[in-house]
Every structure is written in C-alpha cells, then in structure tokens.
Design a protein around this ligand. Structure first.
Ligand code: MN
Ligand code: MN
Length: 474
C-alpha cells in the first residue's frame, strides 16, 4: 500500500496544514508573499542585508539575513560553519501564480448595458473559461506620483463586495460543441465592477438605483463609470493612477479543507506557494549549522522567470557576492565556487494523476496525490526540450537521505509524452554547474482558480526540505 495514511500522525499533518491554509489565504500576490515571508523571517531573527551592509558590520556563522528585491522576491540566508565556497543548500520556490492583471487603462462602461468593467490581461498559462462565473477579489498596489503607495485588498472579507467575469447562459450557447477555450478568449476576460450611475444631485444610494431604473435610456454616457471613479476617490485613486499600478484579479475567499475526510486542500495559488510555505518552514526549523542555507522565493516563474524579480535576474548572484564579502571570502572565485558546489531543490509543483482525465497520464510514471513529494528528473516538452536533467548521482544521494529519514517520495514525469509540458527555475540555477532537481507536491486542477493538493504531500514536502538542508557533500 503506497498511501501515506497508514503510517502518519495525522494530527501533526492536519495542524501543519492549518498554517498553510492561512498563508495561501492571506497571500495571493507575490508582494503579499514577500511582506509575510519578511515578517515571519524577522520573528525568527533574520536581519536585512541592506542594513548590515550600511552598518559596516561583518557576518559570521549562525547569522540569519534576508534580501528583498523590488518587494517581489525575497531570499533568506543562514550562514553555516563551512566556507561558503564549499557550496550552499538551496531551496527555491516561486511566489507568483496565474491570475488576471488589470490593463493600464482598465476602466470602461459598456454602452448598451451601462455596466462598468475592468479590462484585464491574463498572467501565466490559464484556461480562460475557468475564470468566469466565480467570485473574484482585487489585490494590488497603486503608486502615486508623490511616492506614496496604496495597497488594495477588496473581496476577501465577508462584508466586502466581490467581482465577476460573465459566461454565456447555456440557453443561448447552442454552439457548445466548440471548445470552451475557443469561445472565451483573453480579451473577453472583463470584470464587472459596477452598475449604478453617478447622480450629482443626489448621493443617496436608493435614489441612485431609482435614477438607474428611471433613466435607463439616459442621454449622458458613462455615468456608471463616473460613479466608480467617485468611489475610487475614496481610496485616494485617480483615473490616471492605474498607469502606475499592479492590480491583480484573483479568486475571492479562503483555502478550505476538501473531502469528507479532509484529506485535501482546495485553494488558490498553490502553484507554487505550497512549496514556498513548506520550504520556508523547513528553513526555520532545520537543525543544521554545517553548510550555508539559502531560500529563494522568486517572482515571474509563470511567465518565464525574466525581469529583475525573476530567477534569471543577477540579484541572487549579487547577494551571494555581498555575503561572501561580509564573511571575509573576498576572492571572486569564492562566489563561483559557492554557486558551483551548491545543491538545490527547485521546489515546484507537478501534475497529479487525475482520475477524470486518465488518458493524459502515464500510470507508471506520473505523480499521485497522497504518495509523498514528487521529484521530476526533467520537465520540458517535445523530447525534454527546455529541461534541466538532474544527474543520477545526485538522485542517488537524495534517495539515500530520504530513505534514511523515512520520507515518502515518488520519481515522476508530467503527463504522457508530447501531451504538453512545463518548465521551472531549475534550468536557470543549473547554469552555475550546481546540482539541482525539481521537487514538489503534485496538484490537481493546476493553474485553475482553485487548485487541489494532498495534506499528506504537504507535510512530506516540509519533511523532505528540512532533511535536504542537512545533505552532506561526501
Ligand atoms: Mn510552478
Ligand atoms: Mn505554474
């Protein structure tokens, strides 16, 4: 029997997952993740690398530091007793998730319906139709010219309004044989934001509704849009402020237990906050002072890891250079050796075998929910194109460690050959010559507004990451 449920302390697992559900419910954007991770790290005694550099003090074994880039990615480091040129133990997860971003000029009023909408541009690989007909929330920031920032979070509290993208009723959708994905395209993903016109004479709510009913053929246009702009003024947002904003439309509501036996978590953004949270907890709880530990929580993975806050940025390398200098390893070679001699788990989710779509999977080589953490030697598509291909020597070392620690794991692929594919950040850090392998929880509904994970796998991921941080080189 492969299932974990026979030999687990389920209370420990379930308790751990309560913290996880809180984390993914409260942190639905990369910025929200960075703020939370930074606060959690500070409580664990982590200090800002920027402040240390400014103060002119040095670092020593046991010191814990964090470095933030553009408030959208954050790295944690715990200095080990060994020289950093011996390499690090690195856990890397991404904290961006598929969603709908607002366009720079998002607000408009449709003339026939007099409904105000927000125009979006989707981020990451989504099936467009999945984002219709469900409650949505608005998260993000608006940057004002005076340097101030407004944080938005509307739709999560019980009393908050929510938002929605429409889908056509089945009665008028005769052509349903056409794939859903063809009918709802990116440009259709417009979020309804309001339906009451502004009335300069009367501000009372009921009067506005009467005004709407009475004057539906009203001459003056865009009164509904005008009313929304008036409401936005209460948030100190002017219409032109949208051009310096990052506003994300995400599914509204908390992550929840799923199944009568509560074996699963249903929640938004589990790719890849499931690995971010378990990595973070592992870093906090790991009892090792041997090698330097690094935690990477990066942005932009869902769109190719480009940009200053993505894994392709030189920011990580720069931070290692800063740390090497602060511990007195000032030779440029120390940095190269630190990177080359490192071992890393690219902590990212993989596709779980879906009983409803069995034909897309290889029963012998795909990941199953509830059977522990999943390792992908390679990802990619069309003949492993774009894959980091982890070395079998490294995998053997990991097998030895995980078997000794009694951690359940599976070696998997992602679906049948040429069915599709995907990438992670593994190939980027592999460029340094370090050993890296993809390793994370299998999900169902990956990239859908509500993704499914197994609680047993979440806890096994945490245990695996914690054990990995103690990995020896020889
Ligand atoms: Mn991912
Ligand atoms: Mn993804």
């Amino acid at each position: 029997m492969d299932k974990l449920s026979n030999n687990i302390n389920s209370k420990e697992i379930f308790d751990f997952c309560e913290g996880y559900k809180d984390f993914i419910s409260q942190n639905k954007t990369e910025r929200e993740c960075v703020i939370s991770i930074r606060e959690m790290a500070k409580k664990e005694g982590y200090q800002d690398l920027k402040e240390i550099i400014k103060s002119g003090s040095m670092l020593k074994a046991g010191d814990k530091i964090y470095a933030t880039n553009l408030d959208k990615c954050i790295f944690l480091f715990k200095i080990g007793n060994r020289p950093i040129s011996d390499g690090m133990r690195i856990l890397g997860a991404h904290i961006d998730s598929p969603r709908l971003d607002l366009k720079p000029n998002p607000l408009y009023e449709e003339s026939a319906s007099k409904i105000a909408l927000l125009d979006t541009h989707y981020y990451g690989g989504i099936k467009h139709y999945q984002w219709t007909a469900l409650p949505l929330a608005i998260h993000g920031i608006v940057c004002k010219k005076d340097g101030s920032t407004i944080h938005l979070n509307i739709g999560e509290k019980e009393q908050d309004p929510v938002f929605c993208i429409t889908d056509l009723l089945p009665h008028l959708d005769r052509n349903r044989s056409k794939a859903a994905e063809d009918k709802i395209v990116g440009e259709n993903l417009n979020v309804i934001i309001g339906g009451i016109p502004a009335d300069s004479k009367n501000d009372e709510y009921d009067a506005k509704i009467l005004h709407l009913l009475k004057d539906y053929s009203i001459k003056k246009s865009s009164l509904v849009k005008e009313n929304i702009l008036n409401i936005l003024k209460d948030y100190n947002i002017d219409p032109e402020d949208f051009i310096s904003a990052e506003i994300e439309i995400v599914p509204a509501g908390r992550a929840r237990d799923m199944g009568l036996d509560r074996s699963f978590v249903l929640g938004y953004g589990q790719d890849d906050r499931i690995c971010a949270y378990t990595s973070l907890k592992a870093i906090f709880d790991a009892k090792t002072d041997d090698y330097t530990i690094a935690g990477m929580f990066v942005d932009k993975e869902e769109v190719g890891s480009q940009g200053a806050s993505g894994m392709q940025s030189l920011f990580f390398e720069d931070m290692i250079a800063e740390i090497a200098a602060l511990i007195g390893e000032t030779s440029p070679l120390a940095l190269r050796r630190a990177l080359r001699n490192s071992y890393m788990l690219s902590s990212d989710v993989t596709a779980g075998f879906d009983p409803n779509y069995a034909a897309a999977f290889d029963v012998n080589n795909d990941a199953y929910l509830g059977r522990g953490i999943s390792f992908n030697k390679y990802t990619g598509s069309r003949g492993k194109s774009g894959a980091n291909d982890a070395s079998p020597e490294y995998i053997a070392k990991l097998r030895d460690l995980l078997d000794k620690e009694g951690i359940k794991y599976q070696l998997t692929e992602m679906g049948k050959i040429d069915q599709g594919g995907g990438g992670t950040i593994a190939y980027i850090t592999a460029n340094y010559g370090m050993n890296v392998i993809d390793c994370g929880c299998p999900l169902l509904n990956m990239h859908a507004p509500w993704e499914i994970s197994s609680k047993a796998d979440i806890y096994e991921a945490y245990k695996c990451y914690k054990a990995f941080l103690t990995l020896k080189s020889e």
